[in-house]
Design a protein around this ligand. Structure first.
Ligand code: RTP
Ligand code: MG
Length: 138
């Protein structure tokens, strides 16, 4: 089924010059881009984006990190796009869970600095796309 998923290249990925590599992997997989923008994240958007983690011990660090520099926000589209991008990203812990060949497995050492975000379900994707790109699909 054709889906859309919200991807973020987090501040560490942008600062380390990995925008092109991440986008190349998305395109090579066969997904297409429906929206793409470099932007500074307002704290309110970061808080809404990660609202499900608001009670977790790492929440404040996560908000501080995601607002620490520009991110690339994009919407990738294609068959099973949500699971397809999660496959490209690899597991949340870039050493214990992500395998080599994935974005996190290839480029990251620490869970907090794991380069990318991808929506984890169709409900999350719909919520996150409406948050980051309210004009898309409207
Ligand atoms: P994301 O939402 O960023 O795509 O990552 P995810 O689904 O793989 O992981 P999730 O459980 O949603 O966690 C969101 C982000 O919070 C940071 N985190 N830090 N220090 C920690 O134990 C910890 N756990 C999670 C990571 O940046 C993770 O991507
Ligand atoms: Mg998540």
């Amino acid at each position: 089924m054709t889906e859309q998923t919200l991807v973020l290249i987090k501040p560490d990925g942008v600062a380390r010059g990995l925008i092109g590599d991440v986008i190349a992997r998305i395109e090579r997989k066969g997904l297409t881009l429906a929206a793409l923008e470099l932007r500074q994240v307002p704290t309110e958007v970061a808080a809404a984006h990660y609202a499900e983690h608001s009670e977790r011990p790492f929440y404040n660090d996560l908000l501080e990190f995601i607002t620490s520099g520009p991110v690339v926000a994009l919407v990738a589209e294609g068959e099973r796009a949500i699971a397809a991008f999660r496959q490209l990203a690899g597991g949340t812990d870039p050493v214990e869970k992500a395998t080599p060949g994935t974005i996190r497995g290839d480029f990251a050492l620490e869970t907090q600095f794991n380069i990318v975000h991808g929506s984890d379900s169709s409900e999350s994707a719909a919520r996150e796309i409406a948050l980051w790109f309210p004009a898309l699909n409207s």
